[in-house]
Design a protein around this ligand. Structure first.
Ligand code: HAX
Length: 435
């Protein structure tokens, strides 16, 4: 057993009694009431999920295993050969164990990934068999589900396995998958947009640097990749992609089913696709401006025109956050350092100045501040990834890290199959009358 798996086993065994005690001794303690508005309104704010991988405070933003984004960026080990952003391998260790890794821990995960990263040839055959105009998210989802036959969980389940060890083959499946996702993602990009000119993986590079290498993009895109995957990894459990992954795996479907479904949920314009919507919207404004940076007054007019035509301002608002998303801030800082004079970044900056006040004045959005997607597409565009449809694949690679960590722990703590209760509209009307 690897050191990481041993460590995880110790952590899981120490944690299990906490969950058991809560269930046995405090199972009847109320967490809140559910209102009709919440039942109809997408379950906003209903407290009915548990995760220790990350927590989203509405005003502070995300904490991964208790660490804010600036803390994660400061405390995790950085690449030995230079680079400002921590290694994704160390971040995986943090999400899985809750502890900050040593350099040796990071090296051990890198080694694990190297052993597991060979993508079966049939995965590329599946991608190649799809029509050329297939959306890259469909390619990614199909590639992932095609590997389902590799599942260690299924093999052990069919052989008869105790519930107590469900997490072990889930861990194996998760690491096997994580090690392969960057290469599959890069393959889809090069196949779809670079005439099939595939760049082979370089086993001497860390996950982020290897991804940049396989995409064919020079430094500092290796740092950008690390930052992107870390920032997009997890946002507690209730968002569509994380919740889908958890829900599907709660039926004991293996992680190939779960992560492929997660990808499908992320593909929606109100979720992961928002980053490309931002760029599309900005470029529409750029066309009208003839390439010049708009003044705040001019930008204000574009924003109102969009709102008055019944559309949302992409990249702004959030179901939970009530402040500027720290993932936005981290990417903004990267831009200020590496692309301060980029024209699109200047548009993003003018938007940041005008949109919050406008959304407040309009009075609909509960959160007028930018979210992660308001910045991310701009950076990808700058480094040459101009194919918007691809951006959500990048998001998916990052999100898989968090969702897989959640699924491993779901299995370790024995979370059951999900099954909330529905009511009919007539029942709601009856309940409403009684109040
Ligand atoms: N522009 C205009 N109107 C907005 C808005 C925005 N950016 N954000 C919210 N609103 C509107 C909503 O459409 C809603 O209007 P109706 O009452 O007419 O339906 C009203 O304000 C209340 O919405 P809310 O409670 O503040 O927001 P929700 O929790 O319903 O939705 C969304 C959260 C992120 C989906 C929403 O803010 C939105 O559509 N934003 C733009 C798309 C976007 O940036 N999505 C990415 C979010 C981050 C993410 O998940 N990335 O993956």
């Amino acid at each position: 057993m690897s050191d990481l798996k041993k460590k995880l086993q110790e952590k899981i065994e120490a944690w299990r009694p906490r969950t058991v005690k809560l269930l046995k001794e405090h199972g009847n303690v109320k967490l809140g009431d559910v209102l009709i508005s919440q039942a109809i309104g997408g379950m906003r704010g209903v407290k009915c999920l548990v995760t220790d991988i990350s927590y989203l405070d509405p005003y502070e933003g995300i904490r991964f295993r208790g660490y804010t984004i600036p803390e994660v960026l400061e405390k995790l080990p950085k690449p030995k050969g230079g680079g400002e952003v921590p290694l994704v391998e160390g971040f995986v260790y943090l999400l899985l164990t809750g502890d900050l890794p040593t350099e040796a821990d990071v090296d051990a995960i890198a080694e694990e990934f190297n052993l597991r990263k060979e993508v079966p040839k049939y995965v590329f055959d599946v991608i190649n068999a799809l029509p050329a105009d297939t959306h890259p998210m469909v390619m990614f989802s199909a590639a992932i589900i095609s590997m389902e036959k590799e599942s260690e969980f299924v093999k052990m389940y069919n052989a008869g396995m105790s519930k107590m060890v469900y997490w072990e083959p889930t861990y194996e499946d998760s690491l096997n998958m994580l090690a392969k996702l960057p290469e599959i993602g890069a393959y889809i990009y090069r196949k779809k947009y670079k005439g099939g000119n595939i760049i082979p993986s370089n086993p001497s590079l860390d996950l982020g640097a290897n991804f940049a290498h396989m995409m064919g993009i020079d430094k500092p895109y290796d740092d950008m990749s690390r930052l992107y995957f870390i920032l997009h990894s997890d946002h507690e459990s209730g968002n569509v992609s994380a919740h889908t992954g958890h829900l599907v795996s709660s039926a004991l479907s293996d992680v190939y089913y779960a992560i492929s479904s997660m990808v499908n949920g992320l593909a929606g314009p109100l979720h992961g696709l928002a980053n490309q919507e931002v760029l599309r919207w900005i470029q529409g404004v750029m066309d009208k401006m003839g390439g010049k940076v708009p003044t705040e007054e001019e930008m204000t007019k574009f924003v109102w025109d969009t709102l008055n035509s019944g559309q949302v301002i992409p990249g702004y608002g959030h179901a939970v956050l009530r402040k500027t998303d720290p993932r936005y801030t981290a990417q903004r800082e990267f831009c200020l350092k590496h692309l301060p004079d980029d024209l699109i970044f200047k548009y993003v900056s003018v938007l940041y100045k005008v949109v919050p006040d406008i959304l407040v004045e309009q009075g609909k959005a509960k959160n007028p501040w930018p979210n992660v997607d308001a910045q991310s597409g701009v950076i990808q565009w700058y480094y040459g990834i101009k194919e918007y449809d691809y951006y959500t694949v990048l998001f998916s690679i990052g999100r898989a890290i968090g969702v897989l960590a959640n699924i491993i722990w779901d299995r370790a703590l024995g979370y059951p199959i999900e099954r909330p209760k529905s009511l009919t509209t007539a029942m709601l009307e009856e309940i409403a009358k009684g109040k």
